[in-house]
Ligand binder design. Structure first.
Ligand code: NAD
Length: 290
């Protein structure tokens, strides 16, 4: 049983907004923090729309949707989230940014609050170095996209993470309806160590003319029984996120095979980041997409 009453979710993008919504639907208060008011507005609109869709489908009552929405508040200043007894960081996949945020989180959420990160690939021990002797409170709590639907939470302990922090993370994940599974603190953990090189290889296959993107995706869907092909999945995850994870794998594992494919890099440079910008490998203004 988790005793967590309110979680602060730092970052209101694809993942942070999903974590806040899932918490709220599980009866836990959520304070959504982002430096960008536009991102907070987008998250709020997404929460409202997502809950309305569940009501329409008869999966939840209108009163449940109203109650969940009331449990979420939106702030641009982390200090306004200080009443939370748990903090999970879901800001962009950048080691310097995460170090800066964890140094702030240590001050804003003193004492008993766990300081979790949703990082896809950055070392938990490295992130924990930003909080000095509070490193026992830091843990990887890696949700999957879309958070309200995906059951898995990878739980990653850093060198100094305490047993109590691990147990409380497992309890919270279960209270949010998730299945926590442990992984060790190695670049990409399990999920992205295996998934991202496959996605990068799909870009490689596209670049070398092995097949067109839609055919690469169709072959992997039908041939490997994946729910979506690797290029479609890359758009869904965010091409910038895929690129940043490959860079972490490349730097940490020191093998050129992990270097982000030039086509992936080109799309990121052009700002075509996938679903979140309306264009990535596919153009989402066109009915062919997906
Ligand atoms: P995103 O780009 O959708 O959102 C990142 C958010 O962080 C943005 O809203 C941005 O405004 C905000 N942000 C940036 N600096 C900030 C700051 N100083 N304070 C508060 N907010 C700040 O990214 P995302 O896809 O939600 O990824 C977030 C994290 O989750 C990353 O570490 C990523 O690797 C990880 N992750 C992503 C996925 C995925 O499928 N996209 C899956 C699992 C884990």
């Amino acid at each position: 049983m988790s005793s967590v009453k309110t979680i602060a979710v730092i970052g209101a993008g694809t993942m942070g907004s999903g974590i806040a919504l899932t918490a709220a639907q599980s009866g836990i208060g959520a304070i959504q923090v982002d430096v960008s008011q536009a991102q907070l507005d987008k998250a709020k609109a997404g929460h409202t729309k997502g809950l309305a869709r569940l009501v329409e489908k008869g999966k939840i009552q209108q009163s449940d949707a109203d109650a969940a929405l009331k449990r979420i508040c939106y702030v641009t200043d982390m200090a306004e989230a200080k009443s939370a007894d748990w903090a999970v960081e879901a800001a962009s996949e950048n080691p310097q940014l995460k170090a800066k945020l964890f140094a702030m989180m240590r001050e804003v959420f003193p004492g008993g609050a766990v300081l979790a990160t949703n990082t896809s690939s950055i070392s938990i021990t490295q992130i924990a170095a930003a909080v000095g002797d509070d490193a026992h409170r830091v843990i990887g709590m890696h949700f999957f996209n879309p958070v309200p639907v995906m059951k898995l939470v990878e739980v990653i302990r850093g060198l100094a993470t305490s047993d109590e922090t691990v147990q409380r993370t497992i309890d919270l994940a279960k209270a949010m309806g998730k299945t926590p599974v442990p992984a060790n603190d190695r670049a990409g953990f399990v999920s992205n160590r295996v998934l991202m090189p496959m996605i990068n290889e799909a870009f490689e296959a596209w670049m070398h003319g092995v097949a067109q993107p839609e055919h690469i995706d169709e072959i992997m869907k039908l041939g490997c029984n994946h729910p979506m092909g690797p290029l479609r999945l890359a758009d869904f995850i965010g091409l910038d996120v895929c690129h940043d994870i490959m860079m972490v794998l490349y730097r940490e594992l020191g093998n050129p095979k992990y270097f982000p494919n030039p086509k992936l890099r080109e799309l990121v440079t052009a700002g075509r980041l996938g679903d979140k910008t309306g264009r990535g490998v596919y153009d989402y203004s066109s009915p062919r997409a997906g």
